[in-house]
Design a protein around this ligand. Structure first.
Ligand SMILES: [Zn+2]
Ligand SMILES: [Zn+2]
Length: 231
């Protein structure tokens, strides 16, 4: 694993800015990997051993993903929407799991660790670099039962929603009156309402040749941007 300064620089670049969350996240990831006995989590022989559950979708989460290489699309990054600055590091090989929680005290102690820095964010940045892990974090040894449908690897199960016909992968369907139903149909969704639409440029594909994008586009009466493609 690279050293802290190098990881922090790369993490800030990838995240888009250097913020206190990057410092906390990078340190959380380093500690998590150390607890799991992984010294190079992105290496081919280690990348398949680690799964991380993050409990918040804020700055530190990007740093954790950057340092460890876990990804939502590889199923090695799991998002539990708890609103808590914490992450659980699981070693699939050993079954060991540690939940690392960022302490509230660490926020109040910034002034003691970087008293010479006046500006608040700069003070946090500096203080979080100086605090020992024991001040910055609480660590809990936990057990994380991971079901076979949550593991990386090929899709193990498919169902067809009895109401809308959508294929649902990885046993995310809900059984309603003995038939499989997708979650939007069963419980309502984050989106509404549903209206199928056709866009004028839906015949485009990245391999279309000799097509130029015309700057000017017009809005159709429904407000959808219509894009004109010309040869
Ligand atoms: Zn940030
Ligand atoms: Zn459905």
């Amino acid at each position: 694993m690279e050293d802290f300064a190098t990881l922090l620089k790369g993490s800030a670049e990838s995240h888009g800015h250097l913020c206190p969350g990057q410092v906390v996240g990078v340190r959380m990831a380093i500690l998590g990997c150390r607890l799991l006995g992984l010294d190079d989590p992105k290496a081919p022989d280690q990348i398949k051993k680690i799964i991380i559950y993050v409990e918040i979708d804020r700055c530190a989460t990007d740093a954790i993903a950057y340092v460890t290489g876990v990804k939502l699309g590889r199923r090695s990054l799991k998002f539990m929407d708890y609103g808590i600055m914490a992450a659980t590091f699981v070693n699939l090989e050993t079954g060991k799991a540690y939940r690392v929680v960022s302490t509230e005290e660490s926020r109040d102690l910034c002034i003691s660790y970087a008293p010479e820095v006046m500006e608040k964010v700069q003070q946090q940045l500096e203080a979080y670099k100086r605090m020992p892990d024991s001040v910055l974090f609480r660590v809990q040894e936990v057990r994380v039962p991971i079901g076979e449908y949550d593991l990386p690897g090929p899709t193990r199960h498919k169902a067809i929603c009895a109401r809308c016909g959508q294929v649902v992968r990885d046993q995310r369907e809900v059984i309603v009156e003995d038939v499989p139903v997708c979650q939007p149909c069963a419980r309502g969704a984050y989106f509404s309402p549903v209206r199928e639409i056709t866009l004028p440029d839906m015949n485009w594909s990245p391999s279309s040749r000799g097509i130029q994008y015309m700057e000017e586009s017009v809005s159709d009466p429904a407000g959808y941007r219509r894009v004109e493609w010309i040869r």
